[in-house]
Write a protein that binds this ligand. Structure first.
Ligand code: ADP
Ligand code: MG
Length: 259
């Protein structure tokens, strides 16, 4: 699904953040990328999203070299980016409406889907129910809690039916119970919809809950990353189990080890 091949990247005049960085994620996998602030997590996500270009090397998704954002990739950021003058429902419809304006051109919208207004509303409605925010559809973002806003933002991306979902620290501003609820909702949907998921976080517990596979980044330059399998992902009961806490401690010590 995603392959980075010999990826190198630096910002103008900055140090090299990625150097010959090769990694791959298979279709339907869920990856958590963990690392300290400033190590390059957001940069990697933007490279995968096609929002930034590598200096050398390539990002390949589904066999295609990425040179621009692709319509089947969904991206969710920390500051949800809802439009304040639109209601929850209008915000949720926004991406679909923009897509419809372009038509199924394969560049801005997938070639294989073209929904009419009534179908779009139906899709949005069913997702709003699923997300437990149906009753908020006529509210404006300023009338919502942080968790409800982030629910709306995730929903707005999922109604577009992405096959790849990229999330950049999506829950870091939320209180713990809200964050855990949303982690569970996303993981349920990831499996139901068969999406590939890449979530970036600096929260070790969140990484261990969401990532069946974990990528540990330590700082620049990042070369081939340390990746580990995580059989403990997704299990709600595991959050306080000894195995889970031991794995979190193991990752903490790996992060502290110099690369
Ligand atoms: P993370 O998401 O892991 O916190 P980033 O990918 O945002 O890290 O940043 C990686 C490094 O690149 C940091 O040292 C940061 O200061 C630098 N950086 C990020 N964005 C820019 C930019 N637009 N211009 C120059 N340097 C940047
Ligand atoms: Mg970041």
């Amino acid at each position: 699904m995603i392959r980075t091949e010999d990826l190198s990247f630096s910002y103008r005049k900055g140090p090299e953040i990625f150097e010959a960085f090769s990694w791959q994620a298979l279709k339907g996998e869920s990856w958590a990328i963990i690392g300290p602030s400033g190590c390059g997590k957001t940069t990697l996500l933007y490279l995968i999203a096609g929002l930034m270009k590598p200096i050398s090397g390539t990002v390949v998704i589904d066999g295609q070299v990425i040179t621009r954002p692709r319509p089947k990739t969904g991206l969710i950021l920390q500051d949800h980016g809802l439009l304040p003058w639109y209601t929850v429902e209008e915000n949720a419809l926004l991406g679909l409406r923009i897509r419809r304006m372009y038509g199924p051109d394969g560049r801005h919208a997938p070639e294989d889907t073209h929904l009419g207004e009534a179908e779009m509303k139906q899709v949005v409605e069913s997702f709003m129910e699923r997300f437990g925010i149906g009753h908020l559809k006529n509210k404006y973002p300023s009338q919502l809690s942080g968790g409800q806003r982030q629910r709306t933002a995730i929903l707005r991306t999922l109604v577009m039916n992405p096959d790849l979902l990229l999330m950049d620290e999506p829950f870091s501003n939320l209180d713990v119970p809200t964050r855990e609820d949303l982690e569970e909702l996303v993981m349920d949907l990831q499996r139901e919809l068969g999406m590939t998921l890449v979530v970036v976080t600096h929260n070790i517990e969140e990484a261990v809950f969401m990532g069946r596979r974990l990528m540990i980044l330590k700082g620049h330059p990042n070369r081939s990353p340390e990746c580990i399998e995580n059989p403990l992902a997704f299990s709600r009961g595991n959050r306080v189990s000894t195995n889970y806490l031991n794995l979190c401690a193991d990752i903490r010590s790996r992060l502290e080890k110099p690369s």
